[in-house]
Ligand binder design. Structure first.
Ligand code: CA
Length: 81
């Protein structure tokens, strides 16, 4: 498995993950037992609520780079209250 460059991760191109030691120890575990270790990052709720509009179908993207400098990209939609 390739390593993710933690410092490159951004939510919607703007928000950096929280870099507290307890949140940046990755990969963490294979929670879904599919053989691939999961990588977990957390973001500040305060920063996210400033950035995202309220709604039921709000797009959120995660971008970053692998240590090999390949790009990574993920996208989902969330409810913001
Ligand atoms: Ca897994």
């Amino acid at each position: 498995m390739e390593d993710i460059e933690f410092a490159s991760i951004r939510l919607n191109g703007e928000i950096k993950p929280i870099s507290d030691k307890g949140y940046s120890k990755n990969p963490i575990a294979d929670y879904d037992a599919d053989g691939d270790m999961e990588f977990m990052v957390k973001f500040s709720r305060k920063e996210i609520s400033r950035l995202l509009e309220k709604g039921d179908d709000v797009p959120v993207t995660i971008t970053g780079q692998m240590k090999s400098s390949k790009a990574l990209f993920g996208e989902t939609r969330v409810t913001v209250k």
